[in-house]
Design a binder for this molecule. Structure first.
Ligand SMILES: NC(=O)C1=CN([C@@H]2O[C@H](COP(=O)(O)OP(=O)(O)OC[C@H]3O[C@@H](n4cnc5c(N)ncnc54)[C@H](OP(=O)(O)O)[C@@H]3O)[C@@H](O)[C@H]2O)C=CC1
Ligand SMILES: CC1=C(/C=C/C(C)=C/C=C/C(C)=C/C=O)C(C)(C)CCC1
Length: 317
């Protein structure tokens, strides 16, 4: 059996790191993983997580998705430039009122999340077409199908990713290639911390009082609670992705969080598009007490299931 070559971007932390380590540790050693990051000095955590797979089924390489030359150099360094599975994971968040964000900041998000993917695909797709073999997997988001309050630019970048992939998928099929979008809800990683800390630092002087209050006292106030109650781990996303890359006929879209699906389903339930917008509005402004009570209830359920899992483990040992 020949090993499949997997190239992953953004492996210095979070989902990329978990993905690289998990795929390299595949029990049947089906994959050779090239785990890339823009700054190799941030590689320590991955080296630790990779353990004995380093130098065997996992190699670390430099790749900045905002730099075409670095993408080309990385792909050129691979045997026969072969990539069987591309996992486009590198990305960044941005929250806050748009009147407090510069166009420069917004462009960096688009350049990383959207053009980063485009640059990778431009470099790798022609070879995949020639070989008639390949799978492009993109870590998108639930925000690739549904916008969320104060995530205007981030959601736009993920919508762009989804539109790009949906268009490309038909052409890809002609060459027997697959494209899959992984759509996680909140995941507890560096992303959450960075976005929250940057959010707290936002200069709200350019926003009106109502908007500033909404951002601080509704969005930021509930942010941590939402991650605590609905958040998955990076390892969860890695398990889902491993399943998708192991399939003969992988799906185009895959949502990872069953607690979140009632929200995304609203999008498909109303062709006019009003249902999710009205529901989110009511959850935030009219039924905030019920919304918070539901989150607290979920938190309690999670705490209990974690506790019984720990007890079970202790009893088994
Ligand atoms: N966390 C969440 O709630 C969710 C995240 N996602 C998506 O998952 C993906 C991974 O995010 P996550 O693991 O959570 O966050 P992290 O912040 O932990 O990881 C992001 C990774 O992307 C890298 N990166 C950023 N810019 C570049 C670049 N120009 N070139 C190469 N690498 C870059 C970072 O590198 P560096 O360390 O150098 O900054 C880091 O390795 C993103 O696409 C994100 O949009 C989707 C749904 C939910
Ligand atoms: C659920 C929900 C909310 C917040 C959702 C969040 C914060 C989701 C974050 C998703 C992420 C971080 C995806 C990354 O790609 C609101 C708008 C507060 C109120 C309505 C219901």
């Amino acid at each position: 059996m020949t090993q499949k070559v997997v190239l992953i971007t953004g492996c210095s932390s979070g989902i990329g790191l978990s993905l690289a380590a998990r795929i390299a540790k595949d029990e049947k050693k089906r994959f050779m993983v090239y785990a890339t990051m823009r700054n190799l000095s941030k590689g320590e955590a991955l080296v630790k997580a990779a353990g004995r797979t380093l130098g065997r089924t996992l190699e670390i390489k430099q790749l900045d998705v905002c730099d075409e030359d670095s993408i080309r150099a990385c792909v050129d360094s691979l045997p026969d430039r072969r990539v069987d599975i591309l996992i486009s994971n590198a990305g960044m968040g941005l929250i806050g009122p748009i009147e407090c964000q510069s166009i420069g900041e917004m462009k960096t998000v688009m350049d990383t999340n959207f053009f980063g993917l485009v640059r990778l695909v431009k470099e790798i797709l022609p070879d995949m077409k020639r070989r008639k073999r390949g799978h492009i997997v993109v870590i998108s988001s639930v925000m690739g199908i549904q916008g969320i309050l104060f995530n205007d630019i981030y959601a736009a970048s993920k919508f762009a990713v989804e539109g790009f992939c949906e268009s490309l998928a038909v052409q890809a099929l002609r060459f027997q290639l697959n494209i899959s979008l992984i759509e996680p809800g909140p995941v507890i990683t560096e992303f959450e911390r960075k976005v929250y800390e940057e959010g707290l630092k936002t200069d709200l002087s350019k926003a009106d009082e109502v908007t500033a209050d909404m951002f601080t006292n509704i969005y930021l106030k509930n942010y941590k609670q939402i991650f605590e109650t609905l958040g998955q781990t990076a390892d969860d996303i890695a398990e889902h992705t491993l399943k998708i890359i192991s399939m003969d006929n992988p799906p185009f879209r895959h949502q990872t969080n069953t607690l979140y699906t009632p929200m995304t389903t609203l999008k498909y339930a109303d062709p006019n598009g009003d249902l999710p917008i009205d529901t989110f509005y009511k959850m935030v402004f009219e039924h905030d007490k019920i919304f918070n009570a539901s989150l607290n209830f979920l938190k309690l359920l999670r705490w209990r299931s974690r506790k019984s899992f720990t007890l079970e483990k202790d009893n088994n040992n």
